[in-house]
Design a binder for this molecule. Sequence first.
Ligand SMILES: Cc1ncc(COP(=O)(O)O)c(C=O)c1O
Length: 431
Amino acid sequence: MLRRHFIKNTALTMAGMMALTKQLRAAGDGLTDYLSNLSHLSLDERIRSETLWRAVGRHFNPADDFINLEYGYFSPSTLQTLDHELADARMVNARASHYFRREMYGDVERVRAELADMAGVLADEVCLTRNTTESMNIVINGLDTAPGDEIIYGDQDYGSMIQVLRMKSARYGVTLKRVKIPLHPASDDEIVNVYEEAITPRTRLLHMTHMYNYSGQVIPVRKICDMGHRHGIESVVDAAHTFAHINYTIPELNCDYFAASLHKWLCAPVGLGILYVKAEKIPDVWPLFGDVSTDRDDIRKLEHMGTRPVHQVLALSEAIRFYRILGGELREGRLRYLSRRWMDQVRGRERVVVNTPADPARHGALGNVGIKGVDSRDLASFFLDRHHILTVEKSIKTLFTGVRVTPGIPTPSAHADRFVEAIDDALLHFD
Ligand SMILES: Cc1ncc(COP(=O)(O)O)c(C=O)c1O
């Protein structure tokens, strides 16, 4: 009797799920059809087509009481991904431990393979974490070091990573060497040289951030990793802001360890990250959450976090599907187009200081701007209070003061233009 009830419930849940999935897929497929009708347009024309991006924007549901130019924190999911997440949560809730004990493994492995495929690496090199912070902690805490070993890191690296580096230093006697990265470099070599000049025979690891979260600057990680390898030194890349934003696959960076948040530019549910460890390096990384029973060369040993909200992992599949509909090249092109649209208009205006490199190859969607003589906290408040535009103050005392401005996939170019008007108004207001 109980069993019959169970089977009936299960069948209903599964049938309902399949119907919903079909409906959701149809919604996403509308965009695929739409894009195929635009195949006669060049990449540049598609990047600039507001009709296309309005169609893309309809897959999101942004609040209408402010303009969001703070997609740098995280990118909301599409409505389909959100619906999947909710449907998956319902399914897991209905199937309860039957799901966790008997069904989850295969689903997680399928999603791992999809993510690995998108990233251009092996599924067995990919660990599903909660965010970049967790992924970077696994690597930095998990590598054996001897007292006096050195880790070189950049002066614009992310605060949480500097915390874990300092903890590693306090706990294991590692020496930290902070290098100053030029904000407006004339060439890639200028940055590579800064890292190279800091190397000594004790250097154990090069720590770098692919795109800085304050200035939006992209650094030449491939060249730094190649240089490090020539010296026999490993590298870890914090790619929180470039994965699914700048169009590359992980092997193109030639790094040993790579971390990113999937809730940023992939528009995946909040609370998902990726950690990549090059296959031959996996045995040398200790898990953050103790695990000595999984094989040392199995990346899954690094994923031993206990019961987790697996519905998010399941919905990642839909976020990847949406990513593929637009493709990395178009997304990167559009995001850079949006930031250049406002930056190019204000760069050179008197008192306006753009703290992001002018070279388009050295930035993406993130930009940072300040006004001479104006406290950037007041500037961010002005944009929100007077113009209903959300930005965030991001200043580094020793380098620059400014607000970070980050359009996202749902942003129409009119919002970039509205921001230019807001800057002009600020120039008058703070005269
Ligand atoms: C460069 C960089 N690294 C790491 C992180 C941390 O990301 P998360 O909070 O998703 O772990 C951020 C967050 O914005 C970031 O900008």
